[in-house]
Design a binder for this molecule. Structure first.
Ligand code: COA
Length: 423
């Protein structure tokens, strides 16, 4: 048995943010029915195509363990089918542009009429207010949520991060909202509307930067490198390069091979509690007692010198040797892993964090498995559906249409004509 077994999700999501959310729910055991536009499907099926004729990795890696039905709710028969889906399912998840669902005739009021137990969960770019009607993509959310202004180096332009905190991050927030609403429904018997705005999700992940914004009123942020370098602070949280986010100074340092390998680096934190061990490891035992070096506040204006010295040591080791040497002393370090190294990591494969999936049209590919492990609800990653692969079985097995009704639905043009061939 899986944690969400028995929960039916009407998945009206596309691109990345919504599909991230419904993929997680599917991994936890929900029956996720992805509704796609007949003949077209989720736009990502055809984006960044690497194998001609096959769904892209963009699509396959975000839509595992789902069933696909082609359905046009703008067609009268299609609308009736969608109404039946709304009555049958527990949760509707969507991330259309603002107003698109209303234009289809499925406002929140209408959904409540059809199914008062329905939880309607949406990703939008912005919450209510002056930007609520905007269409939003990942990098816009990173900029509007405070991430870009606080990422990058002090003397450079704002930078977006490769982690998809706007899309996948908001999908995660929405998934939590959905399971919380399902839990509350146990008590109230009612559904509710769940909204996760991408700006809000990014800001939530940038919480420590809003913390720093307020700390600025009390004076300069002493743990930021720029303090030690004597560079004055402005009136907003600055970009902090690779400084560590907490109160313990940290940097990215070169390791053996950095001249040719762009990822031969390690993160190194001079955690106060293990300062003496750091001094021993790098061969600077005199710093343990030397005035100006022995305590964290004294060291703040010498961080460049200290990290230069540590780097002289890390450059004599590979990033993995640095880790092997420092770990026994609880010195916090971490290798900069490339995607190639991650893809080949045996440990990540053993835990199911990296999985190999077989697909009838593209063959074997790697994907990221479920990052949340539960002891009583295991996850088997199943390949993403072909467009409309499950149209017939959803109409008959889930919605109870007879064979003759199925034929007339097909005649109406509400669903795709051809059932996709899996082989
Ligand atoms: N059958 C028929 N029409 C369908 C359909 C189906 N199964 N599914 C969707 N459509 C229609 C919608 O009704 C809409 O039509 P309308 O605008 O004429 O009413 C149309 O497809 C396009 O939907 P839209 O959401 O506007 O897509 P888009 O490609 O123009 O915009 C986004 C994409 C992501 C920018 C936009 O959906 C958005 O801002 N979403 C919210 C924020 C978000 O999730 N962003 C991150 C995405 S990773």
């Amino acid at each position: 048995m899986k944690a969400l077994e028995g929960v039916k999700i009407l998945d009206f999501t596309h691109v990345q943010s919504g599909p991230t959310c419904t993929q997680l729910l599917a991994w936890f055991g929900a029956d996720v029915i992805k509704v796609e536009r007949p003949g077209v499907g989720d736009a990502t099926r055809k984006q960044l195509v690497d194998v001609p004729g096959a769904d892209s990795l963009y699509f396959t890696m975000l839509n595992h363990n789902k069933r696909s039905i082609e359905l046009n709710p703008k067609n009268e028969t299609g609308k009736q089918v969608l109404e039946r889906l709304v009555k049958t399912c527990d949760v509707l998840v969507e991330n259309f542009a603002p107003g698109a669902l209303d234009r289809m005739g499925f406002s929140w009021e209408r959904i409540q009429e059809l199914n008062p137990r329905m939880i309607m969960a949406s990703v939008k770019g912005f919450g209510p207010g002056k930007y609520e009607d905007c269409k939003v993509y990942e990098n816009v959310a990173q900029c509007a949520g405070g991430s870009a202004s606080t990422t990058g180096f002090l003397d450079g332009i704002p930078v977006v991060t490769g982690a998809q905190i706007g899309d996948s991050g908001t999908g995660l927030h929405l998934a939590l909202g959905i399971v919380t609403a399902l839990y509350q429904r146990e008590q109230t018997g009612r559904g509710q509307k769940v909204l996760a705005a991408m700006q809000d999700g990014v800001l939530n992940l940038c919480r420590v930067k809003l913390r720093d914004q307020q700390r600025l009123k009390a004076g300069p942020l002493t743990e930021y490198s720029q303090y030690g370098e004597g560079i004055p602070f402005g009136d907003a949280t600055p970009r902090a390069g690779n400084d560590s986010g907490g109160g313990q100074p940290g940097r990215i340092l070169k390791c053996k091979g950095w001249e040719t390998d762009p990822n031969a680096y390690t993160y190194f934190i001079t955690q106060a509690a293990v300062w003496e061990k750091i001094c021993d490891v790098i061969g600077a035992p005199e710093w343990k007692t030397k005035e100006g070096y022995a305590t964290p506040p004294e060291r703040l204006d010498k961080l460049n010198e200290i990290f230069d010295r540590i780097e002289q040591w890390t450059m004599t080791k590979t990033k993995f040797e640095v880790m092997d040497t420092c770990n026994p002393f609880d010195i916090p370090v971490g290798p900069i892993l490339s995607m190639k190294e991650i893809a080949e990591d045996e440990g990540l494969r053993a835990t199911g964090t990296i999985v190999e999936v077989d697909h009838p049209k593209r063959g074997k590919y790697l994907s990221v498995g479920c990052p949340i492990k539960m002891s009583d609800s295991s996850v088997e990653v199943v390949r993403s559906p072909l467009l409309g692969e499950h149209t017939d079985e959803i109409l008959t097995d889930v919605l109870g249409y007879s064979q003759s009704e199925l034929e007339s639905i097909k005649q109406s043009g509400a669903v795709g004509q051809a059932k996709a061939a899996a082989e």
